[in-house]
Design a protein around this ligand. Structure first.
Ligand code: AMP
Length: 141
């Protein structure tokens, strides 16, 4: 299993630095985020080091994702939250600061002040079709 000795999350996996672990099996670890956006904010990570999405084989991605419903439900019930955001920041431009792919599990309660709506835009006429074709071409490339 590939590990990066300089990666903070690999150090947590190895037990070299502490974390408040909430779930662990052979492939996946979840622990409380040290800077929580809300109480119970947790991170679920593959134990193997994959810096970001493009580095991660689809079957490994699916392996971690398959644990999320159970972990997220437990986190949500533990803190009495009605909902949660499951968030994957992919790349520095998208807010990924730790280059070991991780899912945020962010419990949400009615009336909390976290917010979630981004500034949505619209496509000018024809642009949506162009973008759709570009994505389809990229899938074929
Ligand atoms: P991101 O910006 O998506 O890369 O998120 C990185 C997250 O990792 C942040 O929410 C940090 O608070 C969290 N974090 C960084 N170091 C630790 C640590 N040692 N233990 C727990 N959470 C951490």
């Amino acid at each position: 299993m590939h590990s990066d000795p300089n990666c903070v999350f690999c150090k947590i996996v190895a037990g070299a630095i502490p974390a408040l672990r909430v779930f662990e099996d052979a492939d996946v670890l979840a622990f409380l985020d040290v800077g929580p956006l809300s109480e119970g904010h947790a991170l679920a990570i593959p134990k193997e080091h994959f810096p970001t999405l493009e580095d991660m084989p689809a079957d490994r991605f699916a392996l971690v994702a398959s644990r999320l419903p159970r972990i997220a439900d437990a986190v949500r019930r533990a803190v009495g939250a009605q909902g949660c955001n499951l968030l994957l920041n992919v790349g520095r431009e998208a807010g990924q600061e730790v280059p070991h792919l991780h899912w945020h599990i962010i419990p949400r309660v009615a009336g909390d002040k976290l917010g979630y709506r981004w500034n949505a835009s619209t496509y000018p006429p024809g642009r949506g079709e162009e973008v759709r074709q570009a994505v389809k071409d990229a899938l074929e490339a």
